[in-house]
Every structure is written in C-alpha cells, then in structure tokens.
Design a protein around this ligand. Sequence first.
Ligand SMILES: Cc1cc2nc3c(=O)[nH]c(=O)nc-3n(C[C@H](O)[C@H](O)[C@H](O)COP(=O)(O)OP(=O)(O)OC[C@H]3O[C@@H](n4cnc5c(N)ncnc54)[C@H](O)[C@@H]3O)c2cc1C
Length: 411
Amino acid sequence: MKRDFDVVIVGGAMAGAGVAALLATNPGTAALRIALLEPKPVTAPAAGEALELRVSALSRASQRLLELTGAWPAVLARGAAAYQRMTVWEEHATPDGPGALHFDAAELGEPDLGHIVENRTVQAALMERAMAAGVVLLRAGFASFETSDDAVRVATTDGRDYGAALVIGADGSESAVRLQSGIATRGWDYEQRAVVAHLSCQQAHRHTAWQRFLDTGPLALLPLGDGRVSLVWSTTPALADELIRSSASDFSARVTAASAAVLGRLEVTTARASFALRLVHARRYAAARVALIGDAAHTVHPLAGQGINLAFMDAAALVDVIGAALKAGDDPGELAVLRRYERWRKAETLPAIALLDGIKRLFYGGDAMQSRLRRAGLDLVESSGPIKRLLMQRALGVAGEVPASVRRPPS
Ligand SMILES: Cc1cc2nc3c(=O)[nH]c(=O)nc-3n(C[C@H](O)[C@H](O)[C@H](O)COP(=O)(O)OP(=O)(O)OC[C@H]3O[C@@H](n4cnc5c(N)ncnc54)[C@H](O)[C@@H]3O)c2cc1C
C-alpha cells in the first residue's frame, strides 16, 4: 500500500496538536511526514479578546512540551498564570483549620506548581508550531480506516484517502478511531456536571488554587492572571441546571457561599457553561497501526486537573517510542512497537485514574462518619512529608517515568 504520510493524526485539539508539534520538532522523529485531520477551524484569540471559559491547570511536564515545541511564548503572552500554592479542604472543615491540605511549590524548591492556561491558546499555539515544522493540516473529518500488513489507509469525510504507517486517535472521548479499532471501553457516568465561569473576587487569590470538597462534589477556584478566578464546580445535574439558569447575582451569591467566602464576595463576569462528567477508559491504547492518546484513551474527572496533562504525557511517550523504533530500523506502526507505548502509559494512567476515582467516591456524600474519615485522611497527608511530596510531584508531572522527549535538560 502506498504511504502518503508516515503518521496521520485524527483530532487537532490540545492532545492532537501537541503530538503533532512534538513529533515534528523532536530530533528523533522530525523527519516523519505527518498529517493532522481536524474539521473545526482553529484560531488563536485576538489580542484584547476576552479570556475564554475553558482553561486548564498545566503541569510542569506539560509546560516542558510547550517549551520544546516553541508554543510556550504564545501561551505566556496570553496571560498564562503561575500558581504557587494549592489549598484543599472539606465541606465540614475550614481552609486554615484541621482537615485542610496545603501544597506550596517552595516546599519542593520549585517556582510554582503549574500554570492556568487558556485551552484555545494552547491548541492554536501548538497547531501553529506543528504547521511551521511541516505538519500538513487537512480540514476534514476522519471517516474510516483499513489496515494491511504494511500500512493503514485513512478515508476522510471529504471523500479522500491517505496511506500511512500509523494513525493516532486524538479525537476525544467519543473517539471514532477507537470505535473503528474495536477497542472496548470501561467507565461510568459520574452523574455530575461541571459548571464553569470566571469570577472577580473581593480578596486577592494569592496565586493559590482553591478546592473545597462539598458533599455534592468538588468546587475549584483557579487563579487567573488578571486577578479573577476560574470556577469548576462539579455537582449534581439538578443543581448544575439551577446554577446555569439562576440570575448573575444569585449565581455569584451561591458560589460565594459554596466556597465558604474563602476569597470574600465573588462576582460572575462571564457566561456560564456546564459539562457532563464521566469516566471512559479504553481497554487498549493500541491496535495494529493505531495508537490512542488523550481523552480518546482516558477521560477522567476534572477534580485534579489531570486530563490534558495525562494527554501530553501520552504524546511524549508515543514520540519516545516512535523515535526508538525509527532508530532501531523498525516500522513505527507495528503492533509490537505500539504495545510498548501502551504498557508504559497504562502503568502511569491506571494508578492516576484509580486515585481520581477513589477521591471522587471518598468525597461524595454527606454522611458524618464519612466526613470525619475524610478530615482524618487530609490531616494524615498534611502531616506526612513523603506522601505530600509525592502528591506534589505527581501534580507537577515530575513523578513516574517522564518521557525523554519532555525531560528537563540537566541543570
Ligand atoms: C470542566 C472541565 C475542566 C477541566 N479542567 C482541566 C484542567 O484543569 N487540567 C487538565 O489537565 N484537564 C482538564 N480537563 C480535561 C481536559 O479538558 C481534557 O482532558 C482535554 O481537553 C482533552 O483533550 P483531547 O485533545 O484529548 O480531546 P478533545 O478536546 O475532546 O478534542 C478532540 C478533537 O478531535 C476532533 N475530532 C473529533 N472527532 C473527529 C473526527 N471524526 N475526525 C477528525 N477530528 C475529530 C474534535 O474536533 C476535537 O478537536 C477538564 C475537563 C472539563 C470538562
């Protein structure tokens, strides 16, 4: 079968644009011919345009991917905000009393714990770097694929088809690539919705990410560069509906109360949106000539802000594995090569998914006994140096096996 490209990436949101940019700029894989299929237009926000609702907490390791691909300056220029601290507390505790957990970058000798970035800016900056490095953007959707021994043929919604060695499914939690590959998923609906909005706050956010575990789900306030905070309130579908439909003043008052007025009075400054939350975990991340990354492989609860960080580490691990295969003279689309990627990433993502799911369950429900247990657990972590350090290193993305393509250069 003729190969028009070496790699066809399906989906050009953050994960797809990230793997495209890293493949095209990493010395071990830069010679590959890469196509990126994304039907939706991708444009960077104009200077002065209001900050969008979808923002993410990016780990240090993800930042490294953006730095190495050359996308980071554009993300910084849009006001990416570093946060140095994180405070987590339980509904029946106070943020500065027992039952609260405090993370501080200084404890690890780090300048910050991560950055709050605008999703659209990250996507557009990575896309721009990918194209500058020779990635071909195809403005069409993925329709189907067919594999043979030596290649995969990808058909697109505009009636074309392209031969390649490998197709990467970065097409989100409803991944058509995953479906076509016959890869089953496990998971469930969390029966929660995440309500998002940006709010101004009476007191300075002190570059701290605040998270209060309410009995009905976690409420997070992420510090933005302009002094506001970004709300991610995961709650019951009924309350989410009410919050979306309430007046601006009622909504502001409810968020202020639900956050225990930790930043004083909060005032909503944007529209509101809500997202259904569910766990989707692909049983396999690879099949013959197919690899899955990002939400296509694992869609997780946003409570620890891990989704895109896991996706970027998938991208980096895949780039490492493909680079090693090319160096050894192997075909990067062969299942034996892709299984290496799958084993590596499953070893990293399975504990993360189990931990997120466990936290979500432990913190859900208003039983007094459960609540005491939660406070005791948070106290235990707060007073245990090693566990706390490990959790902070996990949040920074510097624990576990960090792919060479995004590892820090030796200082
Ligand atoms: C409320 C909320 C808050 C969150 N906060 C954080 C956070 O703070 N930190 C964090 O790390 N994560 C966070 N996440 C998770 C994070 O947003 C996701 O994990 C991440 O955006 C997934 O990116 P992706 O590129 O894998 O998939 P998606 O963003 O779903 O992108 C899929 C892409 O594929 C394209 N596509 C789909 N079908 C096709 C097709 N047939 N052909 C071609 N293209 C196709 C789509 O157009 C889209 O561009 C949050 C999630 C939610 C809901």
